[in-house]
Design a protein around this ligand. Structure first.
Ligand code: MRU
Length: 357
């Protein structure tokens, strides 16, 4: 693979879109065709596609499917509401839907289908370009870290999956890693397993293995220990929504890593493409945090030695589980945001991006 860029996660065709069904990774690389708005909504809700940028792009294609089936105002509004209800936290979903509705609103219905497909393609292409630019800026951080400690790999800790699977291409947090690897900068990634859905174990580790990037899977609780031992040079994570004050909402567990990083003097970077910035929110306290099924906590799914995919229960009967899927890392724990426009301090987001979104 050419450093991440060649891998794409969604393709238009046959009146719908093809996706990689991420619920089947890492054991099975399976494509799935989505041909109705119901298909698209289901794929986002059950996380066949996930990750903030890919959720946005998939919803945009969902609107294109809707506009081809029935381009009336009423039908588009119903499709938009259905897609918007799938997941609450990643702002890219609402951003993409708003952009699609904005482009279609003033067109006569017969012209909407073709325009919607073109706009969804534009959103997808832009995502690849934004992440590529994030990769270049993040590469400079990794190179600087290597220059400080030559003779050994740069140890990066990441959480969840902010890789190419979470985007249309490149990934956000992984783009700098793929670019460093391709440039011959030695890099090693500590991959948080990321309970309860294990996006780190099932997706990030798989991606890095495919790309030949050295990596080690760790239990979520190991990061603090590794940082105290000096085994982490920098943390680099993604985000689902970043507020105007620089508070970062990301997969549950991110905040604890930021706390450990601060206590150990480890830089904590967040890869942020501008569609994930929500300048309408003054702080992270306003981000809607998705609460998912308790079963994701009480059960685990994996492959048995004879190749069957099985879900087994971890806890005894009578134990309730809570499953907040995201948390907020306050801006003061974030060293900087790696954006398509460069490395931006959390308190400079409005100055840098205000007026553009
Ligand atoms: O619940 P998920 O798997 O959609 O959560 C994904 C994350 O939290 C990612 O870190 C975030 O979307 C950034 S992806 C480039």
């Amino acid at each position: 693979m050419s450093g991440g860029s060649a891998r794409r996660t969604i393709w238009a065709g046959d009146g719908g879109v093809a996706i990689i069904d991420q619920t089947r990774l890492p054991h099975d690389f399976a494509m799935r065709h989505l041909s109705t708005v119901d298909d698209v909504a289901e794929a986002i809700a059950v996380m066949r596609v996930r990750g903030a940028p890919l959720i946005g792009a998939t919803a945009a294609y969902g609107m294109a499917i809707a506009a081809s089936a029935d381009p009336s105002d009423a039908a588009l509004e119903i499709a938009c509401a259905q897609l918007f209800a799938t997941r609450p936290t990643a702002v890219n979903l609402g951003w993409a839907l708003q952009r699609m509705m904005g482009v279609l609103a003033d067109l006569p219905p017969p012209r909407r289908g073709e325009t919607a497909w073109a706009e969804a393609e534009a959103i997808a292409a832009e995502d690849v370009a934004l992440n590529g630019a994030i990769g270049e800026h993040g590469l400079a951080l990794i190179e600087a870290s290597h220059a400080e400690r030559p003779g050994r790999p740069v140890n990066v800790l990441t959480h969840c999956n902010a890789g190419w699977l979470a985007t249309v291409g490149w990934g956000t947090a992984t783009a700098p890693i793929y670019k460093a690897h391709a440039a011959g900068v030695p890099v090693h990634v500590w991959v948080d397993e990321t309970r309860p859905r294990n996006q780190g174990a099932s997706l990030t580790a798989w991606e890095l293995a495919e790309a030949g990037v050295p990596h080690t899977l760790i239990a979520d609780n190991a990061g603090g220990h590794l940082m105290r031992r000096g085994a982490v040079d920098l943390c680099l994570v993604g985000t689902d929504r970043t507020a105007a004050n620089g508070d970062v909402c990301n997969k549950i567990g991110t905040y604890l890593k930021a706390l450990a990083a601060r206590d150990n003097g480890v830089p904590f970077y967040v890869a942020l493409p501008s569609p994930t910035l929500d300048l309408s929110l003054a702080s992270g306290d306003e981000v809607p945090i998705e609460e998912r099924a308790a079963q994701e906590v009480t059960d685990v799914t994996g492959r048995t030695s004879d190749g069957r995919i099985e879900t087994v229960r971890l806890v005894g009967a009578g134990t309730a589980a809570a499953n907040p899927a995201f948390d907020v890392t306050p801006a003061h724990l974030v060293t900087a945001l790696v954006t398509e426009r460069g490395i931006v301090a959390p308190d400079a987001l409005v100055r840098t991006f205000g007026g553009t979104r």
